[in-house]
Ligand binder design. Structure first.
Ligand SMILES: *[C@@H]1O[C@H](CO)[C@@H](O)[C@H](O)[C@H]1NC(C)=O
Ligand SMILES: *[C@@H]1O[C@H](CO)[C@@H](O)[C@H](O)[C@H]1NC(C)=O
Ligand SMILES: *[C@@H]1O[C@H](CO)[C@@H](O)[C@H](O)[C@H]1NC(C)=O
Ligand SMILES: *[C@@H]1O[C@H](CO)[C@@H](O)[C@H](O)[C@H]1NC(C)=O
Ligand SMILES: *[C@@H]1O[C@H](CO)[C@@H](O)[C@H](O)[C@H]1NC(C)=O
Length: 208
């Protein structure tokens, strides 16, 4: 069905003009645009992931968790390539209330999907989605029933350009997620080497 805007106005000679703009193409292309903008990457080279990425923005499907998420000072993930069968060591860290919480996990990468070692009992699947931002990784986290739990944008930078945030906001909207929370670019990140592992508090693996 066409969406039409009808506008009428009277000019100084009292001639009524009516303009009709039909927005059929806009309403038809919207779902297709969402499909394109939320597509998983076809292939991801592990080398590309290596090193540390700062969380720049994120959104969670659960409003209570999102409120808690917004209270973190900063967050980052570190990927390193290992010789283990599960080829990547994934270390999410969260600075919360001035304390660093981090834990390492063996994960395996297949195409654009990271899965946890079964022994870790973390029932989450992480998928890398396409983004136009070249120094970013966009990750979606799905639970066991394949339902989207969170969508996180990480970058080598601490802060995004406005148009990059707009793209991310649109992607979140396409996936029916709440508007993303943007991280403060001026807070410190966890200093991994100086901190001993702590209880897996609010890291990127919590499921509730
Ligand atoms: C990852 O796997 C290797 C080899 O199986 C094991 O030695 C190591 O302890 C594991 N690391 C973590 C954090 O589970
Ligand atoms: C993950 O799933 C397994 C098997 O379904 C279950 O035993 C385990 O308790 C779940 N772990 C968490 C943290 O929910
Ligand atoms: C990923 O996004 C870029 C830029 O937005 C686009 O040029 C490219 O075709 C996309 N790739 C896939 C696999 O959708
Ligand atoms: C997965 O998440 C959805 C929505 O957040 C929830 O309703 C469902 O119970 C979850 N499934 C599991 C197995 O935790
Ligand atoms: C990332 O993890 C690797 C391996 O554990 C470590 O050598 C490296 O220093 C870490 N990078 C940062 C920035 O913490």
């Amino acid at each position: 069905m066409n969406t039409c805007i009808i506008s009428a106005h009277r000019n100084m000679f009292s001639v009524c003009t009516i303009a009709v703009f039909c927005l059929a193409s806009v309403s038809l292309s919207a779902p297709l645009a969402c499909e394109d903008s939320t597509r998983p990457l076809d292939q991801l080279v592990p080398r590309h992931l290596e090193g540390r990425w700062a969380l720049v923005a994120g959104t969670l499907s659960d409003p209570a968790q999102l409120a808690f998420f917004k209270r973190r000072d900063s967050s980052s993930v570190n990927f390193s390539i290992t010789s283990a069968a599960s080829n990547i060591l994934y270390t999410p860290s969260v600075l919360f209330g001035g304390k660093c919480h981090l834990q390492s996990f063996n994960v395996s990468l297949e195409r654009s999907i990271l899965t946890f070692d079964v022994r870790d009992q973390v029932n989450l699947t992480m998928t890398f989605l396409n983004t136009s931002c070249e120094d970013c990784v966009l990750m979606r986290f799905d639970n066991e029933s394949k339902e989207l739990q969170r969508l996180l944008l990480f970058s080598r930078r601490r802060e995004m350009e406005q148009r990059e945030m707009e793209e991310f906001t649109a992607q979140a909207e396409c996936l029916s997620m709440p508007p993303p929370a943007v991280m403060d670019p001026n807070t410190d990140l966890c200093l991994e080497r100086s901190i001993s592992p702590s209880a897996p508090a609010p890291t990127e693996t919590e499921q509730r």
